[in-house]
Design a protein around this ligand. Sequence first.
Ligand code: DX5
Ligand code: ZN
Length: 218
Amino acid sequence: DRSLKIAPSILSADFADFGREIRAIEDQGADWVHVDVMDGHFVPNLTFGPPAVKAFRRHVTTVMDVHLMIAPVDPYIEAYAQAGADILTAHVEAGPHPHRTLQAIRASGMKAGLALNPGTPASAAEPLLDLCDLVCVMTVNPGFGGQSFIHSCVDKVRALRAMIGDRPVHIEIDGGVDPTTAPLVREAGADVLVAGSAVFKGGSVETPEAYGTNMRAI
Ligand code: DX5
Ligand code: ZN
């Protein structure tokens, strides 16, 4: 299914009110909920781990899309399966054995995603595509919300869509997605758009209609 899916990133939500924030974005039409896990090592920021993700699960009724920005990945895969992740995405740069990691994610019963940093070419994904349900093209350097979209990544999206061919693999875009950049990556072949600041700006759990307006603008 390559229809457009909007995946708000709760990295831009109120960290003291995740349950209400998740319900608010889903009420306003979010297709998936994107959860950014950071370890202060693979990326220079820290967010949350398996117990928090398990608590989010109680509020997510759509698809819980968990993006791991951690290294190593393999020791934590089972914990994210137990936490209820539907899709678990690991970075190709996170270690020497991304093939093993993708196999392990599927063996734990989740869909497997592979993320590529802006400095990593599309060719890094090519030998792994049969093990992927999703390829996440980072259009900022991972670690923080609210950064500017890196335009040179658009050609990589086009190359990946050609490489994927008939395989049922989503292309997800993560970083700097807004009403200006979204059409560029849609046209290049992306179907899942993560958006943090562009969805949550100007709204709150008290005024969630703003989230809906922001999502429809993307
Ligand atoms: C960045 C995260 C993103 C982030 C996107 O490291 O992976 O998911 O929340 O935020 P925006 O949409 O504000 O660039
Ligand atoms: Zn992310």
